[in-house]
Write a protein that binds this ligand. Structure first.
Ligand SMILES: Nc1ncnc2c1ncn2[C@@H]1O[C@H](COP(=O)(O)OP(=O)(O)O)[C@@H](O)[C@H]1O
Ligand SMILES: [Mg+2]
Length: 375
């Protein structure tokens, strides 16, 4: 087999104003991203938002309609895929069924004309803790083991960037959780850039240093799991990362670092630094676990009614209807302070200003909610 020279670029991966059209349909829309060298990066979004298309452009399997891609100082936009220092792990593993595990992992090395592969293959196998299975065929391994072999096969080539396209999608929940921890360990050990594509928000939050939330070919927001969860900038991000209450409010005043807002005669406060819009119509956002079944605070709603209650072990989750018929979700931790309310009970709600955020009120309150995340 011919020797393939792979470029040895290192540095940040930069997507600069990338678009991809299929005919008139825009799959990726003027997207710009910088993925720091050596980071664990997640591209998170619902099915069809353009994640795979983005990865395929990074891998060189698809050419952008516009924009450039570079690693460090090298523009790789039109570089052939086999010259890029990039490897991909797919959901369906794509192992060679007729080759042993050892030969599956050795494949990329042999292709590059490397003769003495034993040490490198063993290192990669040990990294995924499957050294004892090297003589088996892929069909003789479990799904989780095959997935780890697929990772070993990619890593043995020492790519600058490893692309993982929903690699855990075929595994059951328990195994998926185990593999998330495994992949994180492997990334720390090898230190190469991982770009992990998933539609599962919990998976992205568990694994990644930085998450880019993608919607309809665009990046909605990028940040750490905590930033995205505690301070979302759009209704889509608020709803897609966990559950969120969004209340339509009007601005009354902005002063002293506080924004006073009102809804149906109730007034609330949001720290100005947590309001991402200058409009008068806002959505006040507050997460279910930040609501308390009390009425002492600055922000409270009295005369609400419990409309649903489900006990889920660590917490009790209530649906509570406000006097103006808005249903809010409340999670109450199961500890001494438990209220143990029933459907039909009257209750008040309160929360702290610093746990709220203000979004542009022109957005759809349900954007990003109830998207089927099991595809
Ligand atoms: N080769 C193609 N031709 C036409 N449309 C495509 C092609 N590949 C992807 N698409 C469309 O582009 C959109 C984004 O697809 P994809 O990147 O696979 O999304 P994701 O991976 O986020 O689920 C989808 O609407 C999909 O149908
Ligand atoms: Mg996809």
């Amino acid at each position: 087999m011919a020797k393939t020279k792979v470029s040895q670029d290192t540095g940040d991966l930069v997507l600069n104003r990338i678009s991809k059209y299929y005919g008139d349909f825009c799959a990726v829309d003027d997207l710009s991203l910088t993925i720091p060298d050596g980071s664990f990066f997640a591209l998170l979004g619902p099915s069809g938002c353009g994640k795979t298309t983005t990865l395929r452009m990074i891998a060189g399997l698809e050419e952008p309609t516009a924009g450039t891609i570079s690693i460090g100082d090298t523009d790789i936009t039109t570089q052939k895929s086999y010259r890029r220092n990039v490897n991909t792990v797919f959901q369906n593993y794509a192992l060679f069924p007729h080759l042993s595990i050892f030969e599956n992992i050795a494949f990329g090395l042999r292709r590059r004309g490397i003769k003495d592969v034993k040490e490198e293959v063993e290192k990669a196998l040990n990294l995924v803790e499957l050294g004892h299975l090297s003589e088996r065929k892929p069909a003789q391994l479990s799904g989780g083991q095959q997935q780890r072999i697929a990772v070993a096969r990619a890593i043995v080539n020492r790519p600058e960037v490893l692309l993982l396209d929903e690699p855990l999608g075929a595994l059951d929940l328990k195994l998926r959780r185990q593999m998330q921890i495994e992949l994180k360990r492997i990334q720390l050990e090898v230190g190469i850039t991982f770009i992990h594509v998933t539609h599962d928000q919990e998976e992205a939050m568990t694994m990644a240093d930085t998450i880019a939330v993608m919607n309809q070919g665009k990046i909605e927001q990028m940040g750490s799991a905590t930033e995205l969860y505690e301070a979302p900038k759009t209704a889509f991000v608020a709803n897609f990362l966990g559950q969120c209450n969004l209340i339509k409010v009007k601005v009354q005043s902005r002063s002293g670092g506080k924004v006073a807002v009102s809804a149906k005669g109730h007034t609330f406060e949001i720290p100005e630094s947590r309001v991402s819009s200058s409009n008068d119509a806002l959505l006040l956002g507050v997460r279910p676990e930040k609501l308390r079944l009390d009425d002492k605070g600055v922000n409270s709603i009295k005369e609400c009614v419990v409309t649903d209650r489900s006990f889920v072990g660590t917490s009790t989750q209530y649906l509570v209807r406000t006097p103006w018929d808005l249903e809010l979700v409340v999670f109450e931790q199961n500890d001494e302070g438990l209220h143990d309310l029933r459907v039909g009970d009257k209750v008040s709600l309160e929360w702290d200003s610093e746990h709220t955020f203000g979004l542009d009120g022109a957005q759809d309150v349900n954007a990003g909610a109830d998207l089927d995340d099991d595809e």
